[in-house]
Design a protein around this ligand. Structure first.
Ligand SMILES: *Cc1c(COP(=O)(O)O)cnc(C)c1O
Length: 388
């Protein structure tokens, strides 16, 4: 019997075989002509995947937190004011990073866990504040809530602030149109919906963000993250010239280029649609099993992951049984509700079979912990949508 487990957490996710092949091929020199071509092509493709044709892509070895750090280090100057639209765990982290680089940070909080800050409250804050920066988390991975990035981008433009979008749980899964929506900088990490093993911070900075960087009066307070070091490197690779600042993560970049190619072959709109469709099927199943979710309304619920509360009388022992049945899901992350819910990632290369297998494992787990429920109801609800 096969004993591989299906990895359904909000990153790292399951990667395609071609991406994994690129990870395993003999490592080339970082200035080999074929690698220069691949890196240059990956940078070009980044603009298409982020839907930011005039943006400047940066591909730098590190995790998503480095991408957050890059945004803070290059855009904040000591004394700048920043507004954080706080929808959970990763918004807290962004606030801490902006502060670390000398910003005075004001937070607009969601009224409750599972909610997002009201647009009116954000607007009120922007009117009062003389902010340089507004940062928000597109999909908060701790609560599975999605903010209205399009409306926040428009508000940012209206009030003349630089907008930073944490897209680590959204880019290439949740609909994001960076340039059309007026978002000045967005970023993700390789291991999430963009579909490459962990290790790359992926940032796209629009013209206003690059302008703010070029107009800085103080040096960037982080040597590794400084765009002054990386911009010439990104430009060189796009112009297919060898260049060096820090050794690029060669195999990860080969894999990134494969994945970006697969994303563009699928079509970015088709990809958004696939995520929406699989998400609807999964969430319908969770509802049919009588489980509540962390997001307080369906319009607040992300397409890239689901955060169900455990049913009454069930606790995190359920996750062990789901794993026994072949699927790995994630525990809670938000400190206020950590032990009351779990998280299922469904992003990237995820397909219908993965959704059905996960639901099968969840139902089996529920049965094994002695929960009484209508067995098969989740699978039937999902299948009803998937066969439409
Ligand atoms: C995963 C995640 C991060 C952090 O990324 P790491 O690669 O774990 O450093 C930041 N923001 C969001 C929204 C995430 O989902």
């Amino acid at each position: 019997m096969k004993d591989r487990k299906l990895l359904m957490i909000p990153g790292p996710i399951e990667f395609t075989p071609d991406v994994m092949l690129a990870m395993g091929m003999p490592t080339t020199s970082h200035i080999a002509p074929n690698f220069i071509e691949v890196f240059g092509e990956a940078l070009e493709r980044m603009r298409h995947v982020f839907l930011c044709p005039d943006g400047q892509p940066f591909v730098i070895a590190g995790s998503g937190t480095l991408a957050m750090d890059i945004a803070g280090a290059n855009l904040v100057e000591p004394g700048d004011r920043a507004l954080v639209v706080n929808s959970g765990y990763f918004s807290d982290r962004m606030g801490a990073i902006l502060e670390r680089y000398g910003a005075t940070v004001t937070q607009v909080h969601a009224p409750a866990v599972g909610d997002v800050p009201a647009l009116e409250d954000v607007e009120t804050a922007l009117k009062k504040g003389a902010y340089k920066i507004m940062a928000f988390t597109h999909v908060d991975t701790s609560t599975a809530v999605v903010v209205d990035a399009k409306a926040l981008g428009a508000l940012g433009r209206e009030h003349g602030v630089l907008t930073i979008l944490d897209g680590v749980c959204s880019v290439a899964g949740e609909e994001l149109r960076q340039e059309d929506w007026g978002i000045d900088l967005s970023f993700t990490a390789s291991q999430k919906a963009i579909g490459v093993p962990p290790g790359l911070a992926l940032v796209v900075a629009g013209p206003r963000a690059m302008g703010a960087f070029h107009e800085r009066k103080s040096p960037v307070g982080n040597y590794y993250a400084d765009w002054a070091n990386w911009l010439p490197i990104m430009q060189a690779y796009e112009e297919r010239r060898p260049s060096y600042f820090g050794t690029p993560a060669v195999n990860l970049i080969w894999a990134l280029n494969v994945s970006l190619g697969q994303i563009l072959d699928e079509g970015i709109d088709a990809r958004f649609l696939r995520h929406r469709r699989l998400n609807q099927a999964f969430k319908a199943a969770i509802g049919a099993l009588g489980m509540k979710q962390v997001p307080l309304g369906s319009e607040l619920a992300a397409n890239t992951l689901t955060a169900p509360y455990y049913p009454d009388g069930v606790d995190k022992a359920l996750l062990g049984h789901i794993k026994e049945a072949g699927v790995i899901v994630a525990g809670g992350l938000h400190p206020e509700i950590r032990d009351r819910y779990f998280r299922v990632g469904h992003m990237g290369a995820v397909n219908e079979s993965d959704i059905l297998m996960t639901l099968g494992a969840l139902e089996k787990g529920l049965a094994q912990v002695g929960h009484s429920f209508d067995a098969g109801a989740g699978l039937a609800a999902a299948q009803a949508l998937l066969t439409q």
